[in-house]
Design a protein around this ligand. Structure first.
Ligand code: GCB
Length: 598
């Protein structure tokens, strides 16, 4: 799916701004007329999570539906010989979209874009856009959660939605919304891959009123980083080769553009054009290493949430750019978009800044024995008989690959985080997902599933199907706490077990970390202090350095973040190497030094 851009043939209007908003109680959604103006709506910024904008638990903890509304103007010129669409960067977790009282469609899944053709419904003058959003997570959604009605004698029943994951369920219209004006016959999608030997392959999809035109011609040019044309060709698909190519790498993230122009021959006029950015680089796996452009790359970085105070998970260009600056400062080269696809704007910044991204689906909490707190008593058995996520998960993998396939920064896909991969049924669940991911990815990037300590080398049923292993381990924190020597021994034994079992596969840590209260110090490096976090990082670092099959270390977590309210979390998860407002804890300076040398 192409990112909305204005070109000579297209116009994009950003509908970000203050919309009208209301929370809806159970049953109210059906009674709300989408064709009428909302009365007494709250002003609500889009994009943003709605949860922290107004005070009150009824806002923050709302479960169920909400409605967003705004109007926009359309001129006669905009509608002449054009197709109009509405494109949403994301809506968490389900959206039903109406225009002028007409239902356009819905979208399930909170972290990927979707669009609707509104040409038949839009009119000149004012148009009323109404979006119902639902924020429930359950055993059919990604991420997974549970609905519960709590009854206590003498108190009204309370509907609660328990996330099966350790991050706050920020929801709403999290990403920008655009009105796009494109030609009736248009470039629907572009696939472009560049390789380290200078070869490139393109594939253009044309859509719209194609049957009404005689024939279509597609011209492509390759523009180098200075905008100079270095290749010209034609056809909806083809391949070419540059004799001299400037590769994309973290040290030198050189970008090219495929400039696609489509003409309708009988009219000999330019119908549509679009420039898609890409890079020349190869990712492969060989002898337990991840190779980037033929050389082993050691991944240094983090699992990272896309969030901050007030806007929650809402698109914040300043925050995301700041985060990339901090990744560079600390000498990291990579991160995982844990635990959901990040915004498209973030992927574009990573392309420019040479950050390697492990692109994760929002598939977290796929474990009925697991809850956000570990205390709420999930049912440890039968995950794969209980969840009904598979068909949706397949669609999410397709949508994720479709959105991010051309980004040079994306070096691998993560299909899920910490599923019940030791349980019967895990293999059958994940096999088709890995197959779909690979089939849809023109670059055939490596695919992984991030696993947890409940699934060991001998019990995990999905490691064998992953191209590389990402293991999450908390020895020295959730167990062996305070005993880092013991933690190191346990960790080493587990890593060696995995290597023995899968000698060809690269192994990296997907998570390891310790909650740390910024400003808390102790001479004896006690739990929760900055000293303990630093010692923890040093201990893990020594283990990695002594094992030559370890190909990366992703610390949990880049910055402190909000979680559901529970007695294991004091104002959220504090395993950040940076605080939530992006100040370094002591361990940041240790990692900066360590990663300078790695
Ligand atoms: C994990 C999860 C992550 C949590 C983390 C923790 O294993 O993947 O989402 O936040 O542990 O801090 O407990």
């Amino acid at each position: 799916m192409l990112y909305p851009e204005t070109t000579r043939s297209r116009m994009v209007f950003d509908l970000s701004g203050i919309w009208d908003f209301r929370l809806l109680n159970e049953g109210e959604r059906e009674k709300t007329d989408a064709g009428k103006r909302l009365l007494k709506g709250y002003p609500m910024p889009v994009p943003s999570a709605y949860n922290e904008i107004y005070p009150g638990r009824e806002f923050a903890d709302h479960v169920g539906d909400m409605v967003y509304q705004r109007s926009f103007m359309v001129t006669k010129e905009m509608m002449t010989h054009n197709r109009l669409t509405l494109r949403f960067g994301s809506a968490a977790h389900r959206a039903d979209v109406w225009l002028n009282g007409v239902f356009l469609g819905n979208h399930k899944g909170g972290f990927l874009p979707f669009e609707f053709d509104i040409s038949e419904v839009v009119k000149t003058g004012e148009n009323l856009l109404t979006v119902f959003v639902n924020n429930i997570v359950d055993y059919s959604t990604l991420p997974c959660g549970r609905m519960e009605v709590q009854h206590f004698p003498g108190s009204p029943d309370k509907r609660v939605n328990l996330p099966n994951f350790d991050f706050y369920n920020y929801t709403g219209l999290l990403r920008p919304v655009w009105l796009c004006i494109i030609p009736l016959v248009y470039i629907d999608d572009i696939e472009i891959s560049g390789h380290m030997n200078g070869e490139f392959i393109w594939n253009v999809k044309i859509a719209g009123n194609v049957e009404e035109v005689e024939s279509i011609e597609v011209d492509v040019s390759l523009l180098d980083e200075n905008g100079k044309c270095v290749y010209s060709g034609n056809g909806i698909s083809g391949r070419g080769k540059l004799s001299e190519v400037h590769l994309w790498s973290p040290e030198d993230p050189c970008l090219y553009q495929l400039y696609v122009r489509m003409r309708i021959i009988d009219e000999n006029m330019l119908e549509d054009e679009y420039r898609e950015t890409f890079g020349f680089r190869d990712v492969e796996i060989k002898d337990c290493h991840i190779l980037l452009n033929g050389k082993a790359v050691y991944l240094k970085g983090f699992g990272k949430h896309e969030e901050g105070s007030i806007r929650g998970r809402g698109t914040d260009l300043a925050l995301m750019t700041k985060d990339i600056g901090l990744l560079k400062w600390i000498n990291a080269n990579s991160f995982r978009t844990s635990h959901y696809p990040n915004s498209e704007e973030m992927m574009r910044i990573c392309d420019r800044m040479g950050i390697l991204v492990i692109d994760e689906a929002p598939a977290v909490g796929l474990n009925t024995g697991f809850t956000a707190t570990g205390l709420l008593g999930g049912d440890a058995k039968g995950t794969w008989k209980t969840l009904t996520t598979l068909e949706h998960h397949k669609k999410v993998m397709e949508e994720l690959v479709a959105r991010d396939k051309n980004h040079p920064c994306v070096i691998a896909w993560s299909v899920a985080n910490e599923p019940a991969s030791q349980e019967e049924g895990a293999k059958e669940y994940f096999e088709p997902l890995i197959e779909i991911t690979k089939r849809h990815d023109p670059q055939k990037r490596p695919v992984t599933i991030v696993t947890y300590e409940g699934a060991g080398a001998d019990t995990c049923r999905v490691s064998g199907m992953c191209d590389f292993l990402m293991l999450n381990r908390y020895r020295g924190w959730y167990d062996t706490e305070g005993n880092l020597q013991g933690a190191a021994a346990k960790l080493r034994a587990e890593l060696e077990d995995f290597h023995r079992r899968y000698p060809e596969k690269p192994i990296m840590l997907g998570e390891y970390g310790a909650d740390t209260i910024a400003g808390l110090h102790d001479l004896n490096a006690r739990l929760f202090t900055e000293e303990y976090q630093t010692e923890f990082m040093k201990t893990y670092g020594k283990v990695f350095d002594s094992l030559n099959f370890i190909t990366g270390e992703h610390v949990w977590v880049f910055a402190d973040f909000a979680t559901a309210e529970n007695i294991k979390r004091v104002d959220g998860n504090k395993k950040g190497i940076f605080t939530r407002d992006r100040r370094p804890k002591q361990a940041a300076f240790f990692l900066k030094e360590r990663w300078k040398e790695k």
